[in-house]
Each structure stands twice: as structure tokens, then as C-alpha cells.
Design a protein around this ligand. Sequence first.
Ligand SMILES: [Zn+2]
Length: 216
Amino acid sequence: MPASASPATSGRVPTQHDLDTLSRQLNRPVRDVVEIPARCVCGNPLVAATAPRLSNGIPFPTTFYLTHPVITAAASRLEAAGMMNEMSERLAGDADLAAAYQKAHEAYIAARVAIGERAGTGPVPEIDGISAGGMPTRVKCLHVLVGHALAAGPGVNPLGDEVVAALAPWWTADKCYCEGAWDDGAPVPNKDLSRHVKHLNAQAAEPSPLAGPENR
Ligand SMILES: [Zn+2]
């Protein structure tokens, strides 16, 4: 396989190693992650794509979730510095920016529909027209914008692209910042498995030690 294989066409479906890495990055078990839309140059996940309907039936609009601890910490610093208010104010006064951000909102929803189709979760009418992060008129979460910008690539979400550029003191796409960012030797977090996941495990061919009395 060529080393330059596009992330859009290879490595999108998460391996068990990817899922374990996500759980370590977030320090909690992940579930319903169906794709890895952005990776570090080393291959580790940067963003997880969650199915638009969780396996417990709940609609889930926040498709792109930023997971890399170095980037999430940097985005939090930018939030603390007031970047969201500054962007929301610019949106209110700049029609071109507002139009581009509206398109980003629509692209987010279209990407979510495509992911739902690939994952086989079916239509999720409960979240029709709803994206995330304050789109299309406000900026309420820089992590959402970065997650979208990294998943979609440059040129789709103008404010997401701006936040990615502003991460530069702490993170840039051309380098690996994974070393020491999470504990690769730690056990994979699995303590707060949902009832549903336990139920699925209980249905597996082998008896699961996680099956509790609440499983019927
Ligand atoms: Zn890396």
C-alpha cells in the first residue's frame, strides 16, 4: 500500500487498535465510533466520527469529535482567550463569512448523512437541519470546528480552518505530537460501559464477564 494513500479512501474504518487509542486519548470508553476521518501523520486518530444514531437509539448530531489531547488542550486555550466571541461577532457583521459558515453547516450535515449511510444507521430525522458547535450563526465550541475542519480538509469550514491555523503554537498537521500525550501502556478504559454495550456483550457467542444481573 502506498504510504501516501489518501485518508479519505484508506484507514477510515477504525481498527480495534484505533478504538483502544481513542479510549486512552479520552480516558473513557468510546462507543458507536464508525470512522476515523482524520489521523496524525503517525496514523493515530485525531478525530472520531460517531454514528448519527447511537446503538441505544439516541440521535447524535455531533458527528466529528476531536480526540487528540494535544489539540483539545490547545483549542481550550483558544476558547479561554475569547476566540469564540470574537468569531461570533465577526459572523454578525460579515455577510461573506456568514454565507461561507452557512455552507460549512450544510457540509457538516451532508457528511453526517453520508457517514450514516456508510454505517447503515438509516435516516435520523430528529436531527435534520442541526449541525454542531453553534453553526450556522454562532461559534459555541472550537473543538467542534477543529474536528470538522480536520475531517473535511481545508476550504470547507472557514472558521474551523482559522482555529486550526491558530493551533500552530501547540500543534501543526505536519508533525506527530503523540509522544506522551496519553498513556499507551495503561489499561484501555472500559469501566463505564453502558447497559446497551453490556447487553451486546451478553449476546456474544462467549459468555461475557461484564454481563450483569440487569441483562435479560
Ligand atoms: Zn502521532
